[in-house]
Design a protein around this ligand. Sequence first.
Ligand code: HEC
Ligand code: HEC
Length: 342
Amino acid sequence: MLLPKTSLLCLGLIFVFSSCQKDEPIPSLPQEVMVVPVHFPKAVYDFGNFPPDNKKVAIGRRLFYDELLSLDSTISCASCHNQSSAFSDGGRQVSSGINGAFGFRNAPALFNLAWKPLFMWDGGIVNLELQPIAPLTDAHEMSISLNQALGRLNSSTQYRSLFKEAFLQETISTQMLLVSFAQFLSSMVSYQSPYDDFYQGKEAALNAAQQRGLKIFRNNCHSCHSEPLLSDFSFRRNGLTITSLDSGRQRITLNIDDRGKFMVPSLRNISRTAPYMHDGRFETIDEVLENYMHPQNINQIDEAIGDGILLSVQEQSDLKEFLESLDDKQFLNDPKFSDPIN
Ligand code: HEC
Ligand code: HEC
């Protein structure tokens, strides 16, 4: 499906429309809060009573980088989600939280979250606003109670005045905290890779090998890693051996049919998000492709993979080149998402 490249739409009625000019790069849109790329489907996050605005996004960004929100003030969200790795945990199989405690899953990349219906590898969290409660309170991550976090924020004159300006309230509440996080997280939109240009009709954005790779992708991978978000957000078994450590979607539904199913991850910025899979078991794309060609768990595998997806050496090489076209350098380097203090 090819769509004409037209102007970006901005979400919400409060936006100053003159700031939504055609093809303008993101940083020069002063009033813009969250871009909705024309070639994306409708986002699912509901801003409810709090239409997106720059002040709340700016607070969310500050909170994301602030170690104050962990019990011993050593860990921030960004400790496990760093921008140059598309907000995954650059190279680490599992992340370490306070006191060097390790979790059991690979930190996913963070972008296009306003399009996700469910969060975490097992879909255990149903709303973007509830999401930060998990890392804040998890003993392996930031290990702080919401009351403690609010106490610290309320004793900071700086945070109090920022929140007051954004929410017109004296005391920082749980809702104000969670809404600010959700607004920053939903502003992180990745949509400017060479693949996106090609998808919108710019043929020259992909070279010949990448265009061949895209065909192979559409024949073999697209049914789960659906375009243009590169995931259909369903829970599938893609042929990995299931470990007793993690039953995936079954942990949430308690349904035996869901054992070993995990949410299909988006493949955007995939060259930056190694190691791969829910437990970071593969270090390279070659290992990932090897798993699809010779899947481990044939009995319980998704029918879209069947006995395996056989690819010639040339096809593997074309497919890998295509995957590189999913890197969105604008997103990876966008100052809008970096640490506001440094
Ligand atoms: C100690 C490392 C660590 C810290 C600190 C951390 N995270 Fe995460 N994050 C993870 C891991 C691991 C997962 C996947 C957990 C799972 O699937 O069970 C995750 C998942 C997420 C997701 C879900 C993404 C998706 O696509 O489903 C979001 C959003 C997120 N984190 C945001 C945050 C925010 C906001 C903070 C700070 C309040 C934070 N994280 C702090 C490691 C961390
Ligand atoms: C049946 C659905 C399905 C098909 C078809 C499929 N995948 Fe996946 N893919 C998944 C699921 C589910 C995961 C996550 C599995 C896990 O972590 O346990 C995944 C993970 C990945 C990852 C790791 C992403 C990350 O962030 O860790 C890559 C890379 C990948 N797939 C590439 C491909 C390619 C290339 C193809 C086509 C050759 C393909 N996939 C076909 C469902 C599928």
